[in-house]
Design a protein around this ligand. Structure first.
Ligand SMILES: *[C@@H]1O[C@H](CO)[C@@H](O)[C@H](O)[C@H]1NC(C)=O
Ligand SMILES: *[C@@H]1O[C@H](CO)[C@@H](O)[C@H](O)[C@H]1NC(C)=O
Ligand SMILES: *[C@@H]1O[C@H](CO)[C@@H](O)[C@H](O)[C@H]1NC(C)=O
Ligand SMILES: *[C@@H]1O[C@H](CO)[C@@H](O)[C@H](O)[C@H]1NC(C)=O
Ligand SMILES: *[C@@H]1O[C@H](CO)[C@@H](O)[C@H](O)[C@H]1NC(C)=O
Length: 354
């Protein structure tokens, strides 16, 4: 969640004018504030404690029930000075710092509060791997530390954070996948495609601002416009320009996934089915049903096609049918960038359509 909030905050700053022109800035700020309020509450009992998870994920994964019916244990997990978790702490620091930039000219007290929490949330070094109950880190905490440091530098202007990031630059790992649709791994691949597109569009802005026409990667030269076009091709692919001729965003276009791997969307609304649907009750009637979901989760982007650009609309296939906030959060940045471009090119494509 912290990563999603950080990406949304980045887009809100980088593409403020475009998002404002599409009348979405208030909505975006409200989404960010919802997330940062959650993080502030998770960091409220002491500056050394951050609550990192609510719920027993092992018990929870045995159920297919609606949020309204949830009856699995609301177990709380936290990191503390004696049981640290640098990955979530530094990720939260990044989100709070990035959001403090968003609110700087909007609500300066709130912005200062976010920055204060950002500075104090990550004090004790130790991998979350040692204490996490579920959804652990797979690559260590170095990437989160760099990410947190650069956002703290941007939010505070304090050179100590910049120096820290520069001195530890070697921790960053090069991302080097380029193909048709960007394909990194089979499970929820569109998260890599949306985040890479956002990065490429931001980077092309940086090149333009620095009056550089392109970048040399080994023996290949990528011009700024080629980088932009490539990122746009990813957005177009996701929205329908692909071998399956379908949109991977639910509710967009005429053909899109109808069997989202999502409990709220796949189970009937409490208004149509008021009786409780217990932990296991959702499986036989709804989870394995071949019918479309009763509820259309408009705007959700699924995991996407497999390595052969093929896609089977089947609810149980979570690698390809599950939506996540971090797929969508990165997509916001890409479409915001393209609003500006489409205006220039006079293409009829607005955030409101999405
Ligand atoms: C927790 O939140 C309350 C109310 O907003 C605030 O007064 C208090 O200072 C916070 N405590 C910490 C440790 O952040
Ligand atoms: C912001 O904080 C200052 C100093 O604590 C206080 O005087 C002011 O009333 C606050 N503004 C708002 C809008 O809460
Ligand atoms: C942030 O921290 C500074 C220094 O500790 C303190 O003076 C200030 O009141 C804090 N601001 C907020 C909004 O918590
Ligand atoms: C690649 O692009 C850069 C900057 O535009 C230029 O200086 C350089 O000569 C180009 N290299 C090749 C191999 O085309
Ligand atoms: C559920 O109820 C709502 C409101 O009464 C209605 O609009 C909708 O069509 C119903 N959906 C199904 C799948 O029956």
């Amino acid at each position: 969640m912290a990563f999603s909030i950080c990406l949304l905050s980045w887009s809100a700053t980088e593409y403020r004018n475009q998002i404002n022109a599409a009348d979405q800035l208030i909505n975006l700020q409200a989404s960010i504030r919802w997330g940062t309020n959650f993080l502030l509450k998770a960091h409220n009992t002491s500056s050394n404690t951050l609550y990192t998870q609510v719920g027993d994920a092992n018990r929870d994964h045995q159920c297919w029930e609606r949020p309204e019916d949830m009856d699995t244990p609301p177990t709380l997990y936290k990191i503390t000075s004696s049981s640290p978790g640098t990955e979530p702490a530094a990720e939260a620091a990044a989100a709070l710092a990035a959001a403090s930039i968003v609110f700087k000219g909007v609500d300066s007290n709130y912005s200062a509060l976010l920055l204060n929490h950002s500075k104090s949330v990550d004090k004790y070094r130790g991998s979350y791997q040692g204490s996490c109950p579920f959804y652990c880190s797979y690559s260590g905490y170095q990437d989160e530390l760099l990410w947190g440091a650069v956002w703290l530098y941007k939010a505070s202007g304090d050179n100590a954070y910049l120096n820290y990031a520069s001195n530890n630059e070697g921790w960053s790992q090069a991302a080097n996948e380029f193909s048709g649709l960007l394909y990194t791994r089979d499970s929820s691949n569109l998260q890599y495609a949306t985040s890479a597109s956002m990065i490429l569009l931001v980077y092309s802005n940086i090149l333009t601002a620095a009056r550089v026409n392109g970048v040399q990667c080994g023996s290949v030269n990528f011009s700024t416009s080629k980088i932009k076009d490539f990122a746009k091709s990813q957005v177009d692919y996701i929205l329908g320009n692909n071998p399956m001729k379908m949109s991977y965003m639910v509710g967009f276009g005429s053909k899109y996934p109808t069997q989202l791997h999502h409990r709220g969307a796949s189970l009937p609304s409490i208004y149509n089915h008021s009786a409780k649907i217990g932990c296991n009750d959702g499986y036989s009637t709804w989870y394995t049903s071949s019918k479309p979901n009763p509820n259309t989760h408009v705007g959700a982007i699924v995991g996407g096609p497999n390595s052969n650009d093929q896609f089977t609309d089947s609810r149980t296939d979570y690698s390809h049918l599950e939506p996540t906030t971090y797929i969508n959060a990165a997509f916001v940045g890409s479409v915001a960038a393209l609003i500006g471009q489409s205006k220039e090119e006079n293409i009829l494509f607005t955030l409101a359509d999405v």
